[in-house]
Each structure stands twice: as C-alpha cells, then as structure tokens.
Ligand binder design. Structure first.
Ligand SMILES: C[S@@+](CC[C@H](N)C(=O)[O-])C[C@H]1O[C@@H](n2cnc3c(N)ncnc32)[C@H](O)[C@@H]1O
Length: 394
C-alpha cells in the first residue's frame, strides 16, 4: 500500500526519523509537510506510537486530476467515505485537511458537496471544520473522526491531486501525560520532550531489543523511559547528580506501572567522563543522550562556554569510544548558540553520520548545518539544538 506521513513542525528531523525507520526507497515529497512511501506494509497504529516526528499516517486512496470539478470530486470522496469510514452510532463524522493543495481549492465547499452526496445515499453526517486549513491531531481525536467516520487529506503533486485517508494520529494525550504528568520534572536542568527522545532513539538505527542502550547524562530519565516503551529491554541511565538518578528511578517506576511493563532499567551515579572505568570495553550497543548543554540564559561569554563544553564532550566521547561496540552509534544533541556558534569537540576517532541521503539534501526546507547535521530550534530561541550521530572509525 501507499502511505502519506504528515510531518511535525521540525520536518527535517521527522524526515530523517522516517528514513531511519522505513528505509529510503520509494520515498518522495510533495512539500515540507508530507512524506510519501509507496509499496510497503505497516501497522499505522503501532508505528505512530513510536515515531516522535509524525503527526498522522494516512493511506493514499485516490489520485485525480487537480482540476477535477468539485461535484465530481465530492461524489468520489463520498463513495470512498461510505466504503472506508468507520461507522459508530449516530451521525457519520468526517473532516477534510488541505495539506498543500495550492491555488484556490475550496475544501469547505467540497465538504458541503460531500455532505450532500452522503445525504442522497441516506447517510446523515457532520462535517468537522477548523480555522486552520488542516485539522490538527487534537481536532481529529476530539471529534472521533477515526472511530466514527473519516478524515481525508488532500495534497498536490504537479497536476495530480492526491487523496489520503487518515489511519492513525500521534497519541497526543499520552505524550503530554508522559511529559507533564510524570512524578518528577526537572525544569532547572532541562528535560527532553518525549517526542524528541523517541526521534533520537530511532536515529540510532536498527538495534536488537536486548542490546544495551545507555544514556550517560540521563537527567530525569526521558530517553530511558521512551526506550522502555519502544520495547528495549536492556537500559542503563547514568548521571553525575545523585538527585538526577533518584528522579530517574521514580519516573521509570511510574512508567512501568502505568504501562504494565516488565523491563527494569538500571541507574547509577557516574561521571560520563570516567565511564570507561565502570563499563567493560565494547559492552554498550547504543548511546543516546542529551548532555549538559551549558547555560541557556547567561550567554555573555560564548567562547568560554564553547571551550568548556568541547572539553566535556571530548572527554565523554573518549569514554564512549572505549565502551561502545564497534558497530554501535552515539546519538547526541549539542547546543548551537545563536544558531551559529557550534561546539567543536575532538572527533578524530569518529565519523559524523549524515541521516539524509545525498539526493534529499537540496530540499530548501531542510535545516542542515555545514557539517551535514540537522538543526532544531523554535522561533526566538537563542540556543539551537544540533543533532549529532556518530559511528566509530575503527
Ligand atoms: C540537560 S540534562 C539531561 C536531561 C535529560 N535528557 C532529561 O530529559 O531528563 C543534563 C544532565 O547532565 C548531567 N551532567 C552534567 N555533567 C555531567 C557529567 N560530567 N557526567 C554525567 N552527567 C553529567 C546533569 O546532572 C544533568 O542531569
């Protein structure tokens, strides 16, 4: 089957995550919000719960000429809805999302025409609209579009209008519960949003579920918790701070109970720059971590911060080199101050892995640094994040 993946706001990271998970053959784009993957089989519901960067997964149902008259298109869409929609009690509920049609295509008008067509087939329906051109996952979820009807997504490629039907949406309630509902939050040291942790784990590539995944700057344990939920069973978090390790233990226990998981992660107070004294050589399969990122506000002396962080990361990387298996990966985020001041640790024993194949890196909306790494920032943020994926040079 052919699928459309609706990308999150940080499209570059979303694309890289999908390529890491699904592979890059039969993949294409229509715009910066949609990735299309053809001729594949997936379980959308399962897959979306482990993808941090995808908002919706939809199945491509039809491709029609972009100038098809609205009444004809409405008839086709109504037929599609009749065949494929999930019907609950009461009215059939449907919604339409313009995910990059371009021009003056009127989704609202199309919706009313579909409603009319459904009525003539004796189906009473409710059309869900929103102020945005596309319905958010929250609107789709709250209106029960997937259990009591359907959402159709429209996007364009050249002269073709592609129509896809949503199969699964990002579990926004669960993600928010894991982020804001965990027993201990540490806003002072900072925490990764669970979605970002999921993406980082996926960037590590395929790893056996019982391989050892280590977060050596684990803070309150976001990476370990998300990895536990993604089915990894051999997990270790270490941190210099006693409080961080206590917090991680509490958060991990909370998650285990919430989801009825059997895995127990191990947590230890350890300095990341001395890990080789604690863990055996080549005993770790993957390292996924958000290290200490330096001050986030008092940014007067950037040069000193850069030198100190480069030293911390270099020492940690020396230890990672010793404990990591030869085919293992390190996935980290490093700060980029003001979007231009990068950290330059010693990388002579490492190669930076470019997550996007050559043929994709010209896309204008991808945010890529000169060293080929992906960047992440929100509007107005002084400290950007750089995604670093490393493999050993053996
Ligand atoms: C940005 S926080 C990590 C937050 C974590 N990703 C989370 O979501 O909770 C950085 C962590 O690095 C720890 N840290 C700083 N220097 C360290 C070192 N040399 N070795 C190990 N941990 C260190 C801090 O105690 C802090 O918990």
């Amino acid at each position: 089957m052919n699928y459309a993946f609706i990308l999150g706001t940080h499209s570059s990271w979303s694309v890289a995550e999908l390529l890491a998970v699904l592979g890059d053959n039969e993949v294409s784009w229509s715009n910066d919000r949609i990735l299309v993957k053809k001729n594949t089989e997936i379980n959308a519901e399962n897959l979306i719960s482990s993808l941090g960067g995808t908002l919706k997964i939809a199945e491509i149902e039809m491709e029609v000429p972009v100038n098809m008259p609205i009444p004809t298109l409405a008839k086709k869409c109504a037929e599609l809805i009749q065949v494929k929609a999930n019907r609950g009690e009461g009215k059939l509920i449907f919604g339409l999302s313009d995910q990059g049609i371009g021009g003056h295509f009127e989704v609202e008008k199309l919706g009313l025409n579909i409603k009319k067509e459904l009525k003539s087939a004796e189906i009473s329906s409710r059309l869900v609209t929103s102020r945005e051109k596309e319905l958010s996952s929250v609107v789709v979820g709250q209106n029960k579009l997937l259990s009591k009807g359907a959402e159709l997504i429209f996007f364009r490629r050249d002269k073709t209008l592609i129509i896809a039907r949503t199969l699964a949406i990002q579990p926004y309630k669960e993600l928010s519960r894991r982020d804001f509902g965990r027993p201990i939050r540490d806003d002072h040291s900072g925490m990764l949003p669970p979605k970002l942790a999921q993406m980082m784990i996926n960037f590590a590539g395929q790893m056996s579920a019982d391989g050892l995944l280590l977060d050596p700057f684990c803070g309150s344990g976001t990476v370990i918790n998300e990895a536990m939920l993604m089915g990894y069973t051999n997990l270790m978090g270490t941190d210099l701070s006693e409080k961080a390790i206590k917090d991680s233990r509490v958060n991990a226990e909370w998650l285990r109970e919430l989801y009825g998981l059997e895995t127990r992660a191990k947590f230890h107070i350890k300095n990341a720059t001395r890990l080789a004294q604690f863990l055996k050589p080549k005993s770790v399969d993957t390292i996924v971590t958000e290290p200490y990122l330096g001050p986030q506000r008092d940014l007067n002396d950037i040069t000193t911060i850069q030198v100190e962080l480069a030293e911390l990361y270099s020492k940690a990387l020396d230890n990672f080199y010793s404990i990591l298996k030869d085919n293992g990966r390190v996935v980290m985020v490093w700060p980029v101050f003001f979007g231009r001041e990068f950290i330059e640790p010693r990388l002579d024993k490492w190669q930076i892995i470019n997550l996007l194949p050559e043929r994709f890196i010209d896309l204008p909306w991808l945010k890529i640094s000169e060293r080929g790494t992906l960047l992440y920032h929100r509007d107005g943020q002084k400290v950007w994040r750089e995604l670093i994926v490393l493999e050993k040079i053996n």
